[in-house]
Design a protein around this ligand. Structure first.
Ligand code: CP
Length: 308
């Protein structure tokens, strides 16, 4: 049975290990189809995208996924070009757009916005990033990338480096990883540690340890997940100045890594991974963006209960 049929994708916490495995199998199946089999899967379906914050990968990979499966898309990539600019509220925006589309992906700067939208919408809502809270389809992409590149998730040691306080991808990834048998090393400046209430909740579900020194744990890691310091979420720009560029992953540092380490990053990158790493065997972050399109294709097809 398809566990994603007509579901909202608001929080990664709503999904089980078996749901993830079902989704990854579906993504593999879609990837293996011939073009003529694939490009009818979502024929006649329309994706609406409502982006209240900037995005490259999330919006375009959803759009690419929909087009890949023969569907169409409409929406706005920034609220300035919509009636939100005239003062229209989120509820009225959703109640209008749901009449034009079959499914909606929304990114919003406020925590709770995706949940609110899902409560009022009669069409499935996909959270494309909500405040500092969650980015569930990024976490699904991250796990899928690990499965594709490492052959599985259980038994791995995963380091998560950077802005663990404000980075919403980190929260969704941690809860997703907690469904698997992994050890997680949280590496950050002390001011950017995982928020305490989440840390205390997660440590009941998964083996976690915190570090400031990346060199201390790097030789043990199978996966290094690097994140950008989220400048736009700091209440005080002076605090950002203190912690920006705390870590730079470069080839010199990677001399201490396992030979088969993989480096992921949700992107965009600022300076936390130096460009010399991009052509190394470790770098999987651009491949991760391709896996994101495949994974989101499967997700759309499953939610809309398409045959494939
Ligand atoms: N990973 C991610 O959410 O990237 P964008 O902000 O470009 O969508």
């Amino acid at each position: 049975m398809n566990p994603f049929k007509n579901r909202d994708i608001v929080s990664i916490k709503d999904f089980s290990r078996n749901d993830f495995l079902f989704l990854f199998d579906s993504a593999n199946r879609i990837e293996s189809l011939q073009e003529k089999e694939r490009n009818h899967i979502l024929e006649g379906k329309i994706l609406g995208y409502l982006f209240f914050e900037p995005s490259t990968r999330t919006r375009l990979s959803f759009e690419a996924a929909m087009l890949w499966l023969g569907g169409r898309c409409l929406g706005f990539a920034e609220p300035k070009v919509s009636s939100v600019e005239k003062g229209e509220n989120l509820a009225d925006t959703i109640r209008t757009v749901e009449n034009y589309v079959d499914i909606i992906v929304m990114r919003h700067y406020k925590d709770g916005a995706a949940k609110f939208a899902a409560e009022i919408s009669n069409k499935p809502i996909i959270n494309g990033g909500s405040g500092t809270e969650e980015h569930p389809t990024q976490a699904m992409t991250d796990l899928y990338t690990i499965v594709k590149e490492k052959g599985g998730i259980d038994g791995l040691r995963v380091g998560i480096l950077g802005d663990l306080k404000y980075g919403r991808t980190v929260y969704s990834l941690l809860y997703a990883l907690s469904q698997f048998n992994v050890k997680v090393d949280l590496i950050s400046h002390p001011m950017l540690r995982v928020r305490r209430e989440v840390f205390f909740d997660l440590e009941k579900k998964i083996e976690l340890s915190e570090h400031e020194n990346v060199e201390e744990v790097l030789p043990e890691l199978d996966v290094l997940y690097v994140t950008r310091v989220q400048k736009e979420r700091f209440p005080d720009p002076a605090e950002y100045e203190k912690v920006k560029s705390s870590y730079i992953v470069n080839l010199k540092l990677l001399e201490k890594a396992k030979k088969d380490l993989i480096i992921l990053h949700p992107l965009p990158r600022i300076d936390e991974i130096s460009y010399d790493v991009d052509n190394s065997k470790y770098a999987k972050y651009f491949k991760q963006t391709l896996y994101g399109k495949i994974l989101r294709s499967a997700l759309l097809a499953l939610i809309l209960d398409a045959d494939f």
